[in-house]
Design a protein around this ligand. Structure first.
Ligand code: SF4
Length: 289
């Protein structure tokens, strides 16, 4: 929990505050933009939540990777909200919250399926999340988009006895024990509704996961830039090769999806997969400029 003594001066007066341990990962801005915003390289509470925004502000508090958000109101409220994770996004797709500092606050997701549930990247370890996911049927597969978002994968594996999957080109000593290690640049069909697509660029072994030809889990390959209002890739945080990342982005034009669920930033939904393709074309144009 954040420390009141280290509270940033500019926070709006009230129960919620940000302290000076914030690493500016952006999670709280996209989860509760009516409450938090970036200011001088850190977040702050620029407006206390209205009653109908309090749950979302509290969810951001639990998702903060560095426990930099504090709350001076009733503890009972906090306990109630802590039990509501993972948070529904759409249909049977959930946002886990509980972001990890080791993945610079990246979001992870949970897909509840008849044929076995999937954890997409990893939240930081929390017995609350683990229990809630267990109650939702557990996990058979832990899919990792790339090496940076592994976080507490192994701790969850102990709870769920699930298989861990990542591409060989992102495997290190810390992950060489993963049960499924993909190789080459071919797509990998996990099940009728789950396809792994290789998208080298951000890292050499980065992949994305397409679910039901509708939801694309994109890790650090593709996100939505809320200020510029277009799909976006992280050029200054491209660790392998930007030109190759552009080619990987062009490859995605061959697939149908209408939702982008990124590691950093809010999920983005287009009206249709045709509209998403237009958005992706704009992104590619921007990447080439
Ligand atoms: S979620 Fe936490 S670390 Fe990330 S920007 Fe907000 S206060 Fe800072």
């Amino acid at each position: 929990m954040a420390n009141l003594r280290n509270k940033r001066n500019k926070n709006a007066e009230g129960n919620f505050f940000v302290d000076n341990s914030c690493i500016d990962c952006g999670t709280c801005y996209w989860m509760a933009p009516q409450v938090f915003k970036e200011d001088d390289g850190m977040s702050l509470v620029y407006e206390q939540p209205k009653p109908n925004q309090e749950v979302r502000a509290m969810e951001a508090l639990f998702s903060c990777p560095t426990n930099s958000i504090g709350y001076t109101g009733a503890r009972v409220e906090m306990r109630k909200i802590s039990k509501t994770f993972p948070i529904p996004v759409s249909e049977n797709v959930f946002h886990n919250g509980y972001h990890s500092e080791s993945s610079y606050g990246a979001a992870s997701y949970f897909i509840q399926r008849d044929n076995g549930n999937v954890l997409v990247d990893s939240p930081r370890y929390s017995s609350v999340i683990s229990k809630n996911i267990k109650d939702m049927g557990g996990v058979v597969l832990q899919y990792l988009t790339h090496r940076d978002d592994v976080a507490d994968t192994d701790l969850y594996q102990k709870d769920f006895l699930s298989k861990r999957l990542m591409h060989k080109d992102d495997i290190s000593k810390k992950t060489e024990h993963f049960e499924i290690i993909l190789d080459g640049q071919e797509d990998y069909q996990i099940d009728d509704d789950l396809l792994v697509i290789t998208v080298p660029g951000h890292t050499k072994g980065h992949t994305v996961l397409l679910y039901k030809e509708k939801y694309l889990f994109t890790g650090d390959h593709l996100a939505f830039q809320r200020h510029q209002k277009h799909l976006y890739a992280f050029k200054t945080a491209c660790w392998y090769d930007w030109d190759i990342q552009i080619k990987s982005m062009e490859k995605l034009l061959n697939y149908n999806f209408s939702h982008v669920l990124p590691g950093h930033g809010a999920p983005y939904k287009a009206n249709s997969s045709a509209d998403m393709k237009l958005e992706l074309e704009k992104c590619i144009e921007w990447m080439k400029s």
